[in-house]
Structure formats: structure tokens, C-alpha cells
Design a protein around this ligand. Structure first.
Ligand code: GLN
Length: 530
């Protein structure tokens, strides 16, 4: 029988509850417990697919095509596992299945209510996942006290009687400059709020700038009925991969396993620790530009940031990211890209800033700067090449210019007639077949790979021959229908590769995505010599 750890949040959002949950998952997994993580998002959207990355950060995509919250990316990276759409529970999903059941007559005669129908649906969804595991960490999004999260907290409260459950509450302990003292009152209030909902936390994770002072720890313990040893100090660190090590040192997992009646096991964190140490010791730095549209919010490109970090460790060189708003390149020109050792043009949608991205591709191609294009970046690489090498003036993707004389990137045939519906893009993992003797083949070291997608447009087959005649190589094509272009590269350039899929989504701390690893290697060679 699986045991459950609910992670709730108090005081403010953005405390790193996702990283905490992922860390807790890793600490349990490293003790040999079969562990998985679930994310509950109390918003009404069915999934994250139609949400603006400005608000919630990047939309993460799973193997099964689920468009989910970026915390699932954190879980996958920390636990080195692959999750399914079912691991992200939203209010939208819960209500739509309850309403569907009501229409089907499943509740015939009953008044359908939040308690018990919605709460039962929530519990059922959590338990469905739990079947194959010893421990399930369930992160409840939002902050305790939000109206939206009430049904989920209520379901969790009910589960205390029915299962082995532990509660971990993540709060914020601010330090007021004037008094120079850590303040515990917000934590006290937030725990009071939680207790008013029938939930007594087993452990408190106090997020603070500096390590928690002993007096603050004592106070929190006294006011919340949580023993001092279970008031865990989680202070700010530069590298999120350090968090599990800090929580382990603080004894969080030991305490939770004890309160769940589990055997006290020693964790095996050797390789994780080694990875963190290696990263810390890096001295040399390369600079890679990410030319995108939502760069003001680095979370919009979280997985790219992470993939670069993974590649950093593998190549023994630190990567500094120069975030560049592509619209600024349009206004200020190539100057903004001067001095970088590599360029990434990431995925994206819509017209704004497109020309700036095309300029970035152009600059990388002409100046021999290591380059990686992803999804929209892949499509715009084809546009740039068509315009400037094939001389097809006005070539474009029909997404941006429906009347272009040269539609080198066009809608997937099955996408015609679909307009902006959620969950209708080409989503999730599909096979890609890599041609022999190419850069891509050298990077991956095999012929068949599975990578995650999220797009509506693709390279227009009509132009492939022309593009290839001028030296562009399509080194990867879809392995199922064998007709979609998936990887392109440019022989003779130090490193120039682009993918229709999103390689960053499957990059792992100990196993970086090959095209990222290759980019950082090429950037390092450019700067320090090969
Ligand atoms: N907008 C492009 C498409 O839909 C690219 C999508 C992306 O970059 N994820 O095909």
C-alpha cells in the first residue's frame, strides 16, 4: 500500500514548492522506495496547453503528449523518470470528469456536490497513480487559503483517516532589514490557516534567505506543534540541485519516513552529490545567447536553462546565458549578439519578434557561431536559409505570413481546419530516424530516437530538394510516417543544428540532451580551442 506525502504552501507563492517536492521525491527514491510525484494545479484550465508562458512559465510536454505544469519537468529531472498526463491533476480535469459521469447517469438520483463527488474524484485520481508505488509525493499548487485549492485540501484531509499520510508545509520566513531578525509570524498564521482546515503539518519547511536561526526554529515549533527536528531550514541557494542535499542534511526524509512508519534507510545520493560538486567547481565560462520572446521571465525557458546546466557539467565548463529579447535584435541589430560563444533560437508562437530570431540564425550561420534551433527556431532556420541562400525573397512560415510567395514552412496536413483548440497540436514523443554519417548521428550514437514535440507547422515537402541542393542536410526524419523533417544541419559549419522537436524536455542532470551537450562542447572549442 502506497503512502502519501502532501506538500502545501503558505504565505506567498513562488517559494520553490516544486523543487521541494521534487527533492523529497528524490530523497525517497534514493532510499530505495518506489516513489513518484503528482502535481495538483487548482486552476480551471483542463491543462497547461493554452496558457501563456508569461504567467506560469513554460508548458512542459510529456511522452504521452500531455501539456503540463513545468513542475513535472522538475520531477522528471530530479527522479530521472518519465511521467504521464495523469500525474498532473487540475480542477478542469476533475470537474469535467465529474460532469461527464453525471451526464452518463453514474450518480443517478444524487445531488452532485463538491463533497463528496469532487473530493472522491480527486482521491480516486491520486490513488490510481499510487498503485505501482511505495510513496507518492503530492504537491498542492497555490497557497493555503486560496478558494481554488479548497477541494484538494479537503480531499487530502479526508485521506488522513483512510491512508498513511504525511503533510509537509512550505512557508516563508522573511528577515526585516530594520530589525535584522527572522520573522515567524507569517508562518504561524499560515499553519493556523492549515489547521483550521483540519490539517496539522508533520514537518515545516522554512524558506528563508539565510539559514534559519535557532530562536526562529524554536518559535515556529512552539506555535505550530511541529517538533523542532521537523522544522526544516531551506535557505536560498544558487543551484536548485543543491536543495535535496540540504534537505537531507536537515533530516527531512528521515523524519517523514519515521512518521509514515517506514523503515529508516540510508539514501544513496552519491552520483547526485558528485554532479552538484562538479558543477560548483567549474571555473571556465562560455556564454550562450537565448534569443526568444519571453526572456524577461526565465521560467518561460526553464527546461532550456536546465539542459544547458546538464551540458555544463558534462563538458566541464560553466554556461552563462545571455537572454536576448528578439524584438531588441530587430531594433538594435547584431550588436546584441557580439561576443557570444553559442546561440539558441528556442520554440515559440506568433509573429512578434520573428525577424529578430531570423537575424540571430543568420548571424550564427554566417559567423560560424555554434547554433541550436528548436521547433520554431528550426522552422525559422529553414526560412533564413531559403531567403538568404536560395534567394527566395519573402519566404516564410504560413503561421506568420499566410500569403508568402514561398511557404517553406506550412501547416501539417492534419492541422488544416483546426484553430487554436487545446490539445490539438502534434504532441508528445514520436520516433525520429537519423541518417548515417551525419552530425546528429554522431551526437546521438544511434539511428532511432524518441523525442517530444509540440507544433502545428512543419517543413513544406515541396521545398526539401531545393534546400538540400544548396547544402542544408535534413539528417533526421519522422520514423513513423517517414515524411516530416525533424533535424537539420549544415556541414562545414562548426556546429549548426536544429530540431523540430524539443530536445530540452528529455534532458537529465546525469544524461544531457545530445544536441545541447554538443552545442556547449562546440562553444567551449570556439572559445578555448578544440
Ligand atoms: N509555432 C510553431 C508551430 O506551431 C512552433 C511551435 C513551437 O516552437 N513549439 O509549429
Amino acid at each position: 500500500m502506497a503512502k502519501f506525502i502532501f506538500v502545501t504552501g503558505g504565505v506567498v507563492s513562488g517559494l520553490g514548492k516544486g523543487i521541494t517536492s521534487a527533492s523529497l521525491g528524490l530523497l525517497m527514491k534514493s532510499r530505495g522506495f518506489r516513489t513518484t510525484n503528482i502535481k495538483i494545479d487548482p486552476y480551471l484550465n483542463y491543462d497547461a496547453g493554452t496558457m501563456n508562458p508569461y504567467q506560469h512559465g513554460e508548458v512542459f510536454v510529456l511522452d504521452d503528449g500531455g501539456e503540463v505544469d513545468l513542475d513535472l519537468g522538475n520531477y522528471e529531472r530530479f527522479l530521472d523518470t518519465s511521467l504521464t498526463f495523469e500525474h498532473n491533476i487540475t480542477t478542469g480535469k476533475v470537474y469535467s470528469s465529474v460532469i461527464e459521469k453525471e451526464r452518463r447517469g453514474d450518480y443517478l438520483g444524487a445531488t452532485v456536490q463538491v463533497i463528496p463527488h469532487i473530493t472522491n474524484e480527486i482521491k480516486e485520481r491520486i490513488r490510481r497513480i499510487a498503485r505501482d508505488y511505495d510513496i507518492v509525493v503530492v504537491e498542492i499548487g497555490g497557497t493555503v487559503g486560496d478558494i481554488e485549492s479548497m477541494p484538494f485540501l479537503e480531499a487530502a484531509r479526508q485521506m488522513q483517516l483512510e491512508e498513511d499520510v504525511a503533510f509537509v508545509h512550505v512557508t516563508y520566513v522573511p528577515k526585516l532589514k530594520v530589525v535584522g531578525e527572522q520573522k515567524t509570524k507569517p508562518t504561524q498564521h499560515s499553519v493556523k490557516e492549515l489547521r483550521s482546515l483540519g490539517i496539522q503539518p508533520d514537518a515545516i519547511i522554512a524558506r528563508s534567505e539565510d539559514p534559519l536561526e535557532e530562536s526562529a526554529r524554536r518559535k515556529i515549533s512552539l506555535f505550530t506543534n511541529v517538533p523542532e527536528e521537523a522544522v526544516i531550514s531551506a535557505y536560498d541557494v544558487e543551484d536548485t540541485y543543491e536543495v535535496p542535499l540540504i534537505l537531507e542534511k536537515e533530516g527531512l526524509a528521515r523524519y517523514i519516513t519515521k512518521s509514515l512508519g517506514l523503515e529508516d534507510r540510508k539514501p544513496d545520493l552519491r552520483s547526485w552529490r558528485e554532479m552538484v560538486e562538479k558543477y560548483k567547481r567549474l571555473e571556465e565560462t562560455v556564454e550562450i545567447a537565448v534569443v526568444g520572446k519571453y526572456v524577461k521571465l526565465a521560467d518561460s525557458y526553464l527546461s532550456i536553462k536546465e539542459a544547458l546546466k546538464h551540458s555544463s557539467v558534462a563538458n566541464r565548463v560553466k554556461v552563462r546565458i545571455r537572454w536576448i529579447e528578439s524584438e531588441d535584435v530587430e531594433k538594435e541589430g547584431y550588436e546584441l549578439l557580439k561576443g557570444v560563444d553559442g546561440i539558441i533560437v528556442p520554440g515559440g508562437f506568433g509573429a512578434r519578434g520573428t525577424e529578430g530570431k531570423i537575424m540571430a540564425v543568420h548571424y550564427a550561420r554566417e559567423k560560424g557561431i555554434p547554433f541550436l534551433g528548436i521547433c520554431f527556431g528550426f522552422q525559422l532556420t529553414v526560412v533564413e536559409f531559403a531567403r538568404n541562400v536560395l534567394g527566395l525573397e519573402g519566404a516564410h512560415s504560413t503561421e506568420i505570413d499566410p500569403n508568402t510567395p514561398y511557404p517553406v514552412v506550412d501547416l501539417l496536413p492534419e492541422q488544416r481546419g483546426i484553430d487554436k483548440l487545446g490539445g490539438t497540436m502534434r504532441l508528445g514523443a514520436y520516433p525520429v530516424r537519423i541518417k548515417e554519417g551525419t552530425l546528429a548521428r554522431a551526437l546521438y550514437g544511434k539511428e532511432l530516437i524518441y523525442e517530444r514535440h509540440r507544433h502545428r507547422w512543419e517543413v513544406n515537402p515541396i521545398f526539401i530538394e531545393q534546400l538540400e541542393n544548396k547544402g542544408l542536410v535534413f539528417s533526421g526524419i519522422s520514423g513513423d510516417d517517414k515524411r516530416r523533417m525533424e533535424i537539420l544541419e549544415l556541414p562545414g559549419h562548426p556546429y549548426f543544428i536544429a530540431t523540430q522537436y524539443h530536445p530540452e524536455l528529455k534532458s537529465r542532470p546525469m544524461n544531457p540532451a545530445p544536441v545541447f551537450r554538443g552545442l556547449v562542447k562546440a562553444a567551449k572549442e570556439k572559445k578555448f580551442g578544440g
